[in-house]
Design a protein around this ligand. Structure first.
Ligand code: AMP
Length: 502
C-alpha cells in the first residue's frame, strides 16, 4: 500500500497510540496526522514553486516528524538538517537546493543571511487554520520525497534525491522481509539527517509502531543513555555497528536491560564478527541482520541474518543478497562483469536507486546510469560474490566511514587547505585492526603568527568548526616542510600513510 496512505490508516485505526517519544515530549498517531495537515496547509498557503524542497532544521523533536509529513502532504520534498550541522554548511545546502522555506523546529536561533528564503518556527505555523489535505496534493511516484545531504569530494555536500517510489520499494522490503511488523517499539538513534534514521522511521510508521528518540544529549552521557534504554522497552534496534560496539563496552548492555529486544538491524559499515558474538551471548533471543547500502540507493539493499552458523563459517561477515526487486552487478575496470569469486565494483540496479544529486548533473552522470531500463548507481564499493552471497571489500576511492559517519577525505582536505594558515594538507585515516580509529592531518603551513604548534592547530580547528561537523575534524594535526610526491606529481598517500604509522 502507498506509504502515506498506510500511515493515514494507522492514524485512523489507532489515533491514541504513541508514535514518537522524545525526552521532552511525546505525540500520538492522531496528533501526528492532524498537525502535519496543519503544516501542509501552511506550506500550501505560501505559494512556493512546485515541488521545491523545504529545509527542516532540528534534532529529535516530534515536530521534525510532523514537518516531514507536512511537507510531503503539501507536495514538497523535505531536507532534514540536524542541529549538529554548522551554519555555513546549512547555508551551502540552502544555496544548492534553492530552498524557499526553512522550518526551524529546534527552538534555537538560526542566524542565516538568506534574503531569498522564508524562515518559520512552530509558533507561526500553529496560527494556521487546520484542514484536511486532499491526497491529490501528496508527493507521489518519481517526485522527490526527501533529500539527504552527504559529504562531497569537491568541498560541498551533495543532495541525494529520494523519490516516493524509491522509498516505497525500501519500506515494502523492510516490512516484508524483516520480523518488524505489528506495532513494535523502534529505537531511533541516528539523527534524521542520516539515512540510517529512515530504517526505523517509515517501517515504524507504516506498521503502526512507536519510535523512541535517543537524543545526542543522551548519547553523550552513558548514564543517561542507559537510563533511556532501560525505559525505552525497545523491540527493534537500528544502529551502526560502531554505536552498538560503544554500548557493549558496558557490561549492563544485555537482555536484562532490554528484555523485549527481538531484532538488531545494522547498516552503514563493516559489522565485525566479535560484535555479533557478544550480542548472541548477551541477547540470545534476538535476531541480528547485517544490511548494506548507500544513501543513493535508499538506506540499504542487501541483507543477511547473522546466525550462529554464519558466525561459525565466516571470519568476515557477508553483506548477504539483494532485496528481490534489486540486482547488484560487479564490474571490473573495463566495465565488464567479473567472474564468481573475483572483486569488482558493486553496481546497484533497481527501483530504490535515486535519480541523482540535486542540481549536480555532472556528479550525477558520473555515478548514475540506466541499465536494462532501470536506474543504476556505481557505489565506489568493491564487492565479491561467492555462493550467492555478497562480501564487502572496501572502497575504491577516498570515501571513508569513521564511527559510522560517511565522509570524503577530499572534502576535509579542501576545507583545511582553504585556511589562511595552510599551504597544503593531506588527511590520512588511522586504522586499528580493520577499523578507522581517527583521522590525522599532515599540513604544510603558510606563514602564521603562532609560536607553538598547538596554537596553530587551535586556530585551524576553530575555522574548521564553522564549516564542518565536529565528526569530520581530524583528531591529530602535524606540521611538515614538505610532503612526499609520486613520480606523476600527486601527493603520495601510500608513503604518507606508512610514515604516519611509524
Ligand atoms: P551511507 O550513504 O552513509 O549509508 O554510506 C554508504 C557506504 O557505507 C557504502 O557505500 C559502504 O561503503 C558503507 N557500508 C554500508 N553498509 C555496509 C556494510 N554492511 N558493510 C560494510 N560497509 C557498509
Amino acid at each position: 500500500m502507498e506509504l502515506l496512505q498506510a500511515i493515514h490508516n494507522k492514524a485512523r485505526l489507532q489515533p491514541d497510540k504513541l508514535v514518537f517519544i522524545s525526552p521532552a515530549k511525546q505525540i500520538t498517531y492522531g496528533e501526528l496526522w492532524q498537525k502535519s495537515d496543519q503544516v501542509a496547509a501552511f506550506i500550501l498557503a505560501q505559494n512556493l514553486k512546485k515541488q521545491s524542497p523545504i529545509l527542516i532544521y532540528g534534532h529529535m523533536e516530534p515536530e521534525m516528524l510532523i514537518s516531514f509529513l507536512g511537507s510531503v502532504k503539501a507536495g514538497h520534498p523535505y531536507i532534514p538538517v540536524d542541529t549538529s550541522i554548522p551554519l555555513e554548511r546549512v547555508e551551502k545546502i540552502i544555496t544548492n537546493s534553492n530552498t524557499e522555506l526553512l522550518i526551524n523546529v529546534s527552538g534555537l536561533p538560526l542566524p542565516i543571511d538568506h534574503s531569498s528564503i522564508r524562515m518559520v518556527n512552530l509558533e507561526e505555523m500553529s496560527k494556521q487554520e487546520s484542514r484536511t489535505i486532499d491526497s491529490s496534493n501528496w508527493v507521489k511516484g518519481h517526485d522527490n520525497f526527501y533529500i539527504i545531504y552527504t559529504s562531497g569530494s569537491t568541498g560541498n555536500p551533495k543532495g541525494v534525491q529520494i523519490s516516493a517510489a524509491n522509498l516505497q520499494s525500501f519500506v515494502d522490503w523492510m516490512v516484508e522481509d524483516f520480523p518488524i511488523k505489528g506495532g513494535l517499539r523502534f529505537l531511533n538513534q541516528a539523527p534524521f539527517s542520516f539515512d540510517l534514521s529512515v530504517m526505523n522511521l517509515y517501517p515504524c510508521l507504516v506498521s503502526g509502531g512507536t519510535l523512541i528518540a535517543m537524543t545526542k544529549e543522551m548519547v553523550a552521557k552513558p548514564k543517561h543513555l542507559f537510563e533511556g534504554l532501560e525505559k525505552s522497552e525497545t523491540q527493534v534496534w537500528t544502529s551502526t555497528p560502531s554505536f552498538v560496539q560503544m554500548c557493549l563496552m558496558d557490561p549492563s548492555f544485555k537482555s536484562q536491560l532490554l528484555p523485549k529486544l527481538s531484532v538488531f538491524l545494522f547498516c552503514g559499515e563493516i559489522l565485525p564478527v566479535s560484535v555479533c558474538r557478544q550480542l548472541r551471548e548477551r541477547f540470545p533471543e534476538a535476531t541480528i541482520f547485517n544490511t548494506y547500502g548507500p544513501t543513493e540507493a535508499t538506506v540499504a539493499v542487501t541483507f543477511l541474518e547473522i546466525t550462529d552458523e554464519v558466525l561459525e563459517e565466516y571470519q568476515t561477515l557477508p553483506i548477504g543478497a539483494p532485496k528481490s526487486d534489486t540486482q547488484i552487478i560487479l564490474l571490473d575496470e573495463e566495465n565488464e562483469p567479473v567472474s564468481e569469486g573475483e572483486k569488482g565494483e558493486m553496481i546497484i540496479v533497481g527501483p530504490s536507486v535515486s535519480k541523482g544529486y540535486l542540481g549536480q548533473p555532472e556528479l550525477t552522470n558520473k555515478a548514475f546510469f540506466t541499465y536494462n531500463g532501470q536506474q543504476a548507481y556505481r557505489t565506489g564499493d568493491a564487492g565479491l560474490n561467492q555462493n550467492g552471497l555478497l562480501f564487502y571489500k572496501g572502497r575504491l576511492d577516498f570515501q571513508i566511514k569513521l564511527h559510522g559517519y560517511r565522509m570524503e577525505l577530499e572534502e576535509i582536505e579542501y576545507h583545511i587547505a582553504k585556511s589562511k594558515y595552510v599551504k597544503s594538507a593531506v588527511v590520512v585515516p588511522i586504522y586499528q585492526d580493520d577499523k578507522i580509529e581517527y583521522l590525522s592531518v599532515l599540513i604544510i603551513p603558510a606563514e602564521h603568527p603562532f609560536e607553538k604548534d598547538y596554537q596553530l592547530t587551535g586556530a585551524i580547528k576553530k575555522e574548521l568548526g564553522l564549516v564542518l561537523p565536529a565528526y569530520m575534524i581530524p583528531r591529530k594535526f602535524s606540521y611538515h616542510k614538505e610532503l612526499p610526491i609520486t613520480p606523476n606529481g600527486k601527493v603520495d598517500r601510500k608513503q604518507i600513510r606508512e610514515q604516519v604509522l611509524l
